[in-house]
Design a protein around this ligand. Sequence first.
Ligand code: FDA
Length: 391
Amino acid sequence: MTEPYDAIILGAGAAGLMCAAIAGQRGRRVLVLEKAEQPGKKILISGGGRCNFTNINTAPDRYLSANPHFAKSALSRYTARDFLALVEAHGIAWHEKTLGQLFCDGSSKQIVAMLLEECAKGGAEVRCDVEVTAVDHVDGVFSVAANGQVLTAKAVVIATGGPSIPKMGATGYAYELARQFGLKVVEPRPALVPLTLGGEDVLFRDLSGVSAPVDAICGKTSFHEAALFTHKGLSGPAILQISSYWRPGDTVSIDFLPGKPAGWLRELKRTAPRSTLRTILKDALPDRLAVTLADRLGHESDLQTLSDKLLDAAEARLARWPFCPNGSEGLAKAEVTSGGISTAELSSKTMQAKKVPGLFAIGEAVDVTGWLGGYNFQWAWASGWAAAQEI
Ligand code: FDA
């Protein structure tokens, strides 16, 4: 029988490759098992093929988790600047697109190639087309069954991601393993996902293809970005962001004219008394959207003929237009899965399971979900790095 590996890492995605590279470079004997035919498939399709690999504004309050403090340790020890330094050391050209989002100038393939080079530097072996089907733990040694073989290791790292985009082969295997080892799982939900509209709101589907910069608001959270109407409902960055905070039954309000001071319609009644709500909205918003909103507001006549009370009500509606999504487009369209292996089960410093020494969980498998814009990869890098310090 061969010597056990120091660690077997399940999954050659963002988190698994980072963990393998760093642990290997720390002198550990590491094997990565990946069921797909190639590593890093989600990296390859990310950011429209240019991989939004991190966000320079990374901060713990941009992550959702049952324990909002959990991500602090890893994120502070392996930062966006650290990852950027690695990217630059590999001569990969990059640019900031917007809101701190860093992308490759060239292709996501460069990020995967970089991670594989780092793995090779540390002697970490990456085997593809190998699906892990069982993990056991007896007398302090883990045995991992894959493709009819059983491999042994002192540590196992669950880096199999979340079930979003099942057509890429994504599954909830991480949760299955966690439960097998007695670790709790916070209910997984699609996040960063388009929302669907029904009932009265269904009429807005006619606006499919129209987009506008808005504030999307759910409870106390709001995002100022573009919203896009689709044939199923609402999408665009503002909606994807707010979807992570939305629960079935919640209202999502849209401020179609963010930044307008209170009383702006009364002021217009004074300065432009002959204008109508329709013309005002057409000046500020895409035509089709302006017409739909004006029709809904239903006041066709000049502002000078409308009462202040009526104008205040129209202003309030435009600032908090309520939508009641009847669902989301689900895991099939979700960029990530929120929820996952409970952070209460893991050390925030090492990502090791408190009850099962030697078992680690990193990346999307864990109940830490970032905003849109490079935050999820930064969590994958940081949590992978943290686990690698302990292996
Ligand atoms: P990830 O899913 O990357 O890797 C898990 C790996 O485990 C997979 O390769 C899988 O095949 C393998 N695996 C699963 N089960 C296995 C088994 N039983 N045996 C062996 N292997 C197994 N984020 C961001 O920050 N910036 C961005 O630009 C984007 N863009 C983006 C676009 C799209 C379309 C999607 C779907 C997602 C994004 N994301 C993103 C999110 C990002 O891709 C995601 O957060 C990370 O890939 C998570 O990394 P992990 O390593 O945790 O899982």
